[in-house]
Design a protein around this ligand. Structure first.
Ligand SMILES: NC(=O)c1ccc[n+]([C@@H]2O[C@H](COP(=O)([O-])OP(=O)(O)OC[C@H]3O[C@@H](n4cnc5c(N)ncnc54)[C@H](O)[C@@H]3O)[C@@H](O)[C@H]2O)c1
Length: 378
């Protein structure tokens, strides 16, 4: 067994939503050891949290610059090899860039940057660095999403007719209707979240899912956003018409004010020979539909699944695996890449996905602002 990869964490403190998912996922396949961190902008909070989760405090740093400076003083065989960036959006770019420029591998949360320009600058740093960059579009790690991708690649749907992806949540309702709360949440603050709330936070996952599963690229889009209060005009809802390669058309629907919805990411792909439907809240069921046959349900862990899908399953069929495992699969792919081992295309989202995602977000905003016009992606 190779030695564990030395992992540093930025953000993801005890008060965070996503920190626990990354910490657990990084441990699931026994590949990583957390050796250093800045969990919070408040040093004492970082130290307290490190003690709480039993990580030695000697490499808990007061801020991100200190982490890089001090780690570079350590011998290479002790130094953090990869940092996982789990902070609010505005810190992704400066952190990821400085990490790559200083020879660290990076695992980074989405949206990758605040805007498309930053994304392209980060891509240039990444190319120069030769380091691994993995973007945590968590849902691509699910075995049944991987199965969908592989079956579409093998032509099992024939020519694709229509794509329908939606990501509906309702969590922002109690916040958006309260003036004080809607002016204090970072996801509704353009200086911290970027130019979009709903499309930047969750619509971009749906976009990534569309390109990941179909293997096609979105060529142009037309977007209609909605917001509820004049004093906060960040989008909390949006509908995007998309035109893809091969004359495929579709829609990406995204909302944070879909009352009663929890984490409703779902995708349907309709082709000439069949169709797929998959829902994140029931991730172990992939429905294959047909005009002439009864609907089939594909499930994880069976030998009929593709190599990419089976690689993301650890237990025999019938032992439900979920979001922690899905994120763990991304960490597993990144570990193979960091060790220079063979890994398959699709094991983790890349810099290219991040650049595409930022191109998408910026285009949705441009489309809406210019009167809901068609905008070409690069
Ligand atoms: N992949 C997914 O499915 C998924 C899900 C949720 C969130 N996210 C992304 O993860 C990121 C974090 O989201 P969240 O909901 O956990 O946010 P959060 O506000 O709940 O937590 C952010 C954490 O970052 C820490 N932090 C803030 N400034 C920092 C700094 N300067 N240095 C170090 N730490 C700092 C905070 O103390 C906190 O612990 C966002 O970019 C979000 O888009 C991704």
């Amino acid at each position: 067994m190779p030695k564990k990869i030395r992992l540093g964490i930025l953000g993801g403190g005890g008060d965070s939503l996503i920190g626990i998912l990354h910490r657990v996922a990084s441990q699931i396949n026994d590949n990583y050891e957390i050796v250093g961190a800045v969990f919070s902008p408040v040093y004492q909070e970082s130290l307290d949290f490190a003690k709480e989760i039993d990580i030695p405090t000697n490499r808990i740093y007061k801020d991100f610059d200190a982490l890089i400076e001090e780690e570079l003083k350590l011998p290479e065989e002790e130094r953090i090899q990869v940092c996982s960036v789990q902070t609010p959006n505005f810190l992704h770019y400066p952190m990821a860039k400085k990490l790559l420029d200083n020879g660290f591998h990076v695992i980074c949360e989405k949206p990758m940057t605040m805007n498309y320009e930053e994304a392209k600058a980060l891509e240039a740093s990444h190319q120069k660095s030769g380091k691994v960059f993995a973007l945590t579009h968590t849902y691509t790690g699910y075995p049944m999403v991987r199965q969908m991708r592989e079956m579409i690649k093998n032509g099992e749907l024939g020519k694709i007719h229509k794509v329908d992806a939606r990501y509906y949540q309702g969590w922002i309702n109690p916040i958006i209707h309260d003036k004080e709360k809607r002016s204090s949440v970072w996801r509704l603050d353009p200086t911290k979240a970027g130019i979009s709330s709903c499309m930047g936070d969750i619509g971009v996952h749906a976009f990534n899912m569309v390109e990941f599963t179909t293997g096609l690229r979105v060529k142009s889009l037309l977007c209609d956003f909605n917001y509820l209060y004049e004093d906060n005009q960040m989008d909390v809802d949006g509908t995007v018409l998309i035109r893809m390669d091969d004359h495929v058309k579709g829609v990406i629907r995204s909302s944070q004010v879909a009352t009663g919805e929890e984490n409703g990411l779902a995708i349907a792909i309709y082709g000439e020979k069949g169709a797929f439907r998959w829902e994140q809240e029931r991730p172990n069921f992939l429905y294959k539909m047909s005009d002439t046959q009864p609907t089939q349900i594909y499930k994880p862990g069976h030998a009929y699944n593709s190599e990419l899908s089976l690689d993301g399953t650890k237990l025999p069929p019938g032992h439900p695996e979920g979001i922690f495992d899905s994120m763990a699969n991304i960490y597993l792919g990144a570990a193979r890449a960091i060790r220079g081992e063979h890994y398959n295309d699709g094991e983790f989202p890349t810099m290219q996905d991040g650049v595409r995602g930022m191109n998408f977000i910026e285009s949705t905003v441009a489309s809406h602002k210019q009167g809901n016009i068609w905008i070409d992606l690069d």
